[in-house]
Design a protein around this ligand. Sequence first.
Ligand code: SPV
Ligand code: MG
Length: 431
Amino acid sequence: MSTVYTCFCTDIIHAGHLNIINEAKKYGEVIVGVLTDDAMIRYNRFPTKTFEERLEMVKAIDGVSKVVIQDTVLYNKVIEELKPDYVIHGDNWKEAPLSAIRDNVEKCLSQYGGKIIDVPYSYNEEIAHEDAKVREKLAVPELRRKRLRQLLKIRPVVKAIEAHSGLTGLIAEKTVVEHDGEFDQFDAMWISSLCDSTAKGKPDIELVDMTSRFRTIDDVMEVTTKPIIFDGDTGGLTEHFVYTVRSLERMGVSAVIIEDKTGLKKNSLFGTQVEQTQDSIEHFSEKIRAGKKVQLTDDFMIIARIESLILERGMEDALTRAFAFTEAGADGIMIHSRKKDPAEIVEFCQKFREKDKETPIVVVPSSFNTITEEELGKAGANIVIYANQLTRAAFPAMEQTAKDILKYHRAKEVDDRLMPIKQIITLIDEL
Ligand code: SPV
Ligand code: MG
């Protein structure tokens, strides 16, 4: 008997999936692959069901004779193993970016004469509504908050990008790329103090108050489902920080990062060009302890950011602080550097890992931007934050447009670099 293979990347079985199974049955024995968590996160979204639950869900479908694990979006491995006579899929994969997967399957099948079956894609309003509901569920605080810890277990390196508004949140949420058949997207968002302040035309000196920062989080949360890491600056007074922890936790934020500086905090990328005071180990440890004490769930993370390399106090100081802050209860360590060369970051990660294999390390490669996520992961880092690139991309584009309109006394000359009006008015999904 012939075999027909299809792969499911879903938490719910709807009419569209059943249609594929019913078509597949006409050609032979139906084998279904279930995409692993890691592959599903990169390709689609965070699953709301565990991998085991998804396996059981697919096994229970009438007409499915076997269920297998597919651990990459591309089919090479699974086709090599199963050598199915047919691979069946909705015909929506004829269009980019999914066409990269279809091309891959076609190539694999051509090696031994296997065939593709494209079935008319049966996506309708009802299915779209069901799908959207499952996705929206990911935004519920109880589910969103724990997602960072879940991601740290699944992804080799968790990638976060800065968001400071609903619009930048949408970019973080929805941008998916296909490159060489691999799909990728950001795992999380960073509410940067620099970009949140800059968007308001204010300096990054803890001038934008917490109420306003929370408002930004709320704007981002309204239109996204991905987990949030909040830049908490110094955390302020310990007596205030405990309230911040409670508020963030209640909102569904996954982590706050606080830096070991006191007084008037200036942005780290100024380095030693401006006066900055590092907090004592004892005092900062006390702040961490106080934050951990008021936390209500096990999901929320307080991450300690070390400024020793920024302030040129040396590697030993950075490491001493990292171990002390972990001892005080920090759930992660962020190490920062403003050098172009990533060497000191790599050295810190490796030395920290010699003694501590578990505590997540966070890095922000704004200055040391030549090193890849994979290389940072190999050195021992777990979270990579792209902290300000969206803001830095948008500002020059807007400024140039403003200049050109002034220069030409009309907007025609700038029009070909603008998003078409039709696209901008349909950018936001309607409920
Ligand atoms: C931010 O994005 O606000 C940060 C990272 O704190 S940095 O600007 O590099 O200090
Ligand atoms: Mg900051």
